[in-house]
Design a binder for this molecule. Structure first.
Ligand SMILES: Nc1ncnc2c1ncn2[C@@H]1O[C@H](COP(=O)(O)OP(=O)(O)O)[C@@H](O)[C@H]1O
Ligand SMILES: Nc1ccn([C@H]2C[C@H](O)[C@@H](COP(=O)(O)OP(=O)(O)O)O2)c(=O)n1
Length: 247
């Protein structure tokens, strides 16, 4: 079955450092889906359009139109742009991203871009409001969770930021406070996977099996009909064998 054709999207939610980006990216690769990390949108917009303490809303609207017009080009542009940053710059951009993420108009713009791009399916979208706000109609909704210490350890390692542990700690705490309610809401509608004691590979495997199950239940009517046919043919065969034996 080609699930892409059916508007089949996957939304992955969770607090900072649970593994949304690394795991979402691998899940997308395995399914041949396109991966969208909504956090990168906040980071890119913050770094490009939040200058001298001013949010350039007109520029952001223009960017929205351009991105909707050429999504593949801009998805790559965002990724490449942010790859160039040093760990310290990443921390600064993260802070600016956190500030602009409190502006409802910016949240609406980012959600609109992602909703438009993904409308035909074939996407894995990650972000702390992916299941609730960005893709409330996603066919598979998941929340990843992990202990705070584990997330802090992962983030420090990821940013190569052993010298700024206190900074990473306070950032993580602040982001948890900002996103706690959203993730709590998400947990009500999504399947929860605790990644604290699982490797990335194990989490990916769990998600893929969840997706297989959803695909299977989408197909359950077909399976039910096949099952009934099988029972019918089997009973008929038994009936004929009985008849032949009695003759
Ligand atoms: N289950 C896991 N086991 C070990 N490391 C992980 C796991 N999940 C994520 N990581 C690592 O933790 C770091 C943060 O993960 P990331 O995907 O950026 O989290 P998020 O997108 O939720 O903020 C990355 O370096 C990633 O490789
Ligand atoms: N869907 C999203 C994605 C990110 N954000 C915010 C949260 C962070 O402060 C910034 C940057 O997001 P990013 O995913 O890179 O941050 P974390 O890796 O989760 O710490 O944007 C958001 O509010 N909603």
């Amino acid at each position: 079955m080609n699930i892409k054709k059916k508007g089949f999207n996957i939304a992955l939610d969770g607090l900072s450092g649970v593994g949304k980006s690394s795991i979402g990216c691998q899940v997308a690769k395995r399914l041949n889906f396109t991966f969208i990390d909504s956090g990168l949108f906040y980071r890119y917009i913050a770094d490009r359009f939040y200058l001298d303490d001013t949010i350039q809303l007109n520029e952001i609207h223009l960017f929205k139109n351009k991105m909707i017009g050429s999504p593949s080009y801009y998805l790559q542009e965002i990724e490449f742009y942010l790859q160039e940053k040093t760990p310290q710059e990443e921390l600064q951009i993260g802070q600016k991203a956190s500030e602009i993420s409190k502006v409802p108009e910016i949240r609406n713009i980012i959600n609109e871009i992602i909703q438009t791009i993904t409308k035909n399916g074939g996407y894995v979208v990650v972000g702390r409001d992916a299941t609730i706000k960005i893709l409330p109609n996603a066919r598979v909704k998941l929340v990843l969770e992990a202990d705070f210490e584990m997330r802090l350890y992962r983030r420090v390692k990821q940013l190569n930021a052993e010298e700024f542990v206190a900074k990473v700690f306070s950032d993580l705490l602040k982001r948890d406070v900002d996103s706690f309610d959203l993730v709590l809401e998400a947990k009500k509608v999504a399947t929860i996977i605790n990644t604290s004691n699982l490797s990335i590979k194990q989490v990916v495997a769990r998600i893929l099996s969840r997706i297989s199950w959803v695909k299977y239940s989408d197909n359950n009517i077909l399976h039910f009909i096949i099952f009934i046919l099988f029972v019918f043919v089997y009973t008929l065969r038994a009936h004929f064998l009985e008849k032949i034996e009695s003759n």
